[in-house]
Write a protein that binds this ligand. Structure first.
Ligand code: ADP
Length: 462
């Protein structure tokens, strides 16, 4: 079959740029890597058919530099841009600029991005369709008196969220009514400074929930399917650390309802390409609540690929070229269990980034073991970007076997020269509560994984 495009520019870096480059090459498509001056030696630059330097080290000057990236696409004759995740992936204006320059943006249409990519608007759309949302209000709030009314109605504690936020940034819990006004004003100031938009959502804070999300995929012919769910409850500071599919112990009936809600939400805006509908699940109350939609490929997409056998990136590229989805809902079968751990270059105790030169590198392999990484021996992990440097994903016939396999793979993984969170992952996977599937978003706050070392005062090696 003829390749869907001749050449694609990947507007990203690190493991996701490598992931997309591989999919393009498998489809017979040439690739253009873009990079900052700090990333000249990066793996994505080495693997792409050609590369263009788009600016200095800081992301705002390079990977977020729209003019530079569009110029690189035009100059190299790229017909499409894959944005990966983060950076420009959820920027509807960037998608609009691509199309005005005759370049295909590999992602949903601009209208869907604007409706579902905004937390407040997406909540409104969910309300309209009868998809349950967390008690609170779907309007972004600026006025403190009005926001206080919403908080009183929802009941304390409440969570304040930046409408323009993401990645767990701009969230604040308000525990007591008397603190609301001051906390709201403070949160607003912080959010305004960080995102240039002070609108806040006010939601009831749910203390014991799972984060369960549903992968959807649509084409430009009104077909939308789901690819099951992922459980991303193991988080730190609202950021995911471990993801798995399926979600352990989630009742089938609830899962089916969530999947149906996700497809309805996507269909209601004529959604095409990959997207993820996120929910919080209160297993005790047997209820689930929509929180937001991510209108892009997720970091954790490989777990879905391993249990469904689909290649989500290839599918994204093909539907962006106008093709119909290669499968229909009845072809999707979730088989076995997959777990992903995010390997971060960080000091595991202090949780601060640990950039530097990789002096020795060996990655695990074997049946059912996948590593999505951009690391190699001699590579310098840069201090300017996200600390996620590699993802280890394992597939096995059931969850217990998957955990055991992952532990063996983590034991084999050698990343010398920098610190990583590999040891932290081993401790989580070995914890009896994790093994039994007793997981919630506050799991890491509720267990002390380094208790022994604290007791004898020894250091944890990465
Ligand atoms: P972001 O876009 O910043 O990632 P999300 O709305 O997706 O924000 O939420 C990220 C995480 O924050 C969730 O996975 C969950 O752990 C927590 N969270 C979000 N909303 C609530 C809520 N109403 N109650 C409790 N925790 C929440």
């Amino acid at each position: 079959m003829k390749p869907p495009f001749r050449k694609i520019l990947i507007a990203n870096r690190s493991e996701i740029a490598v992931r997309v480059i591989r999919a393009c090459h498998e489809l017979g498509i040439k690739t253009v890597a873009v990079h900052s001056t700090a990333d000249r030696e990066a793996m994505h630059v080495k693997l792409a058919s050609e590369s263009v330097c788009v600016g200095p080290a800081l992301s705002k000057d390079s990977y977020l530099n729209v003019a530079s990236i569009i110029s690189a696409a035009v100059a190299t004759g790229a017909e499409a841009i894959h944005p990966g995740y983060g950076f420009l992936s959820e920027n509807a204006s960037f998608a609009e600029i691509c199309s005005s320059c005759g370049i295909t943006f590999i992602g949903p249409g601009v209208r869907s991005m604007r409706t579902l990519g905004d937390k407040a608007r997406a909540r409104k759309q969910a309300d309209k369709l009868g998809v349950p949302t967390v008690p609170g209000d779907s309007r972004g709030m600026l006025d403190v008196a009005e926001a206080q009314k919403v908080a009183e109605h929802a009941g304390f504690p409440v969570l304040l969220k930046a409408c323009a936020g993401g990645g767990g940034r701009g969230m604040k819990i308000v525990w007591k009514r008397e603190d609301f006004a001051s906390q709201f004003t403070m949160a607003q100031r912080e959010v305004e400074a960080a995102f240039g938009d002070g609108h806040l959502l006010v939601e009831k804070y749910l203390p014991k929930v799972r984060h369960v999300e549903c992968q959807v995929m649509g084409d430009r012919h009104q077909n939308v399917i789901h690819l099951g769910v992922r459980d991303c409850s193991i988080q730190r500071r609202y950021q995911k650390l471990i993801e798995e599919s399926p979600s352990p112990g989630l009742p089938d009936e609830m899962r089916e309802q969530m999947q149906q809600c996700a497809v309805e939400l996507a269909k209601s805006v004529g959604y095409s390409n990959a997207g993820t509908v996120e929910f919080l699940v209160d297993l005790d109350a047997k209820r689930f609540y929509f929180i937001e939609m991510n209108t892009r490929l997720q970091v954790e997409h490989p777990v879905t690929e391993l249990v469904t056998g689909m290649d989500l990136v290839k599918e994204q590229i093909c539907v962006a070229a106008g093709r119909e989805l290669s499968v229909s809902q009845k072809d999707i079968e979730v088989r076995g269990h997959a777990i992903e751990v995010r390997i971060n270059a960080e000091d595991p105790r202090r949780m601060i980034p640990s950039p530097g030169v990789i002096t020795a590198y060996h990655q695990p392999g074997g049946n059912g073991v996948r590593v999505d990484s951009a690391l190699y021996s001699g590579y310098t992990v840069q201090p300017y970007y996200d600390s996620l440097v590699s993802k280890l994903i394992v597939h096995a016939r059931d969850r217990a076997t998957c955990i055991d396999k992952l532990l063996v793979a983590l034991d084999e993984y050698i990343v010398d020269g920098i610190q990583t969170n590999i040891e932290l992952h081993k401790r989580i996977l070995n914890h009896p509560r994790f093994r039994s599937g007793d997981i919630y978003t506050k799991f890491l706050e509720s267990v002390d994984l380094f208790a022994e070392e604290k007791a004898c005062g020894s250091a944890v090696s990465a």
